[in-house]
Design a protein. Sequence first.
Length: 294
Amino acid sequence: MSIFTLQSHSFSPVLANVHSYASELFAKDSVLGFFTNSVLVALVVLSLVLWFARKATKNMTLVPHKAQNFFEFIVEFLYGQVEGIVGPKQAKLAFPLLGTLFIYILVSNWFGLLPGVGTIGWGESTGLLSIKAAHDPLLRPPTADLNATIGLSVSAFLVWLFLTIKEVGVWGFIVHTFGPKGGLKGLMGIAVGLVFLFVGAIEIVSIIIRPVTLSIRLFGNIFAGENVLHTMSDLMANTGPVGSFLGSIALPLPFYFMELLVGLLQAIVFTLLCSVYIQLSTTHDDHGHEEEHH
């Protein structure tokens, strides 16, 4: 067994030696058995975000320095986007979560594109400081680990639930979900009520599976990007040392730019969907009251 650079001499067009699960860095039965390569990178990303936030806000001045200016630009831009979706009232409560989610997911996605992430680790030795394939990489982007994306999705779901109950209450949520709309009475009102009761049951199911869809969408796109990069880097693995080396650099290069865009889009999509969920459950009744007054 050896550690360091990956030099693959075999090519799998399906998975390209990339596992869909995280690898433990310590024995499973030890106290640190939970500490995987994705947990390691998650802590690194969290440390980087906290360090920069601390650096930008430690000595704030009226004439901002570069770090403060960049940090204020990010926060103001994100706050404006969130406020435009959920409204001024909910933005004050939801932005700490939504802004943090966007920044953390974006940095995690782009961190996975750094050289060595996913390609330095343990595997079958083929020579000095080289292995056939990094089956157990030392570093793995957290958003390529389903456990991490589920954690992010559940956190967003719990905050959504808190904001919804805080805004409309338990009974208001039940009425909003199952209550008939339109103000019809008589037999038609009963029929419409039964329809909305069925629609409400479907809505509850869709709410329950939101964390699943959010987590799988983020995980699937980042994991797929990992496979694309590994596959392209292995296409010329059997063309000799020089061809293999050049191919591992030149062929994946265009896809790195694509993955930069995918990483940004996935952070936007995740945050946008969470914002829309909050908006739908906290402002819908206001529209309903407006219609009743008209």
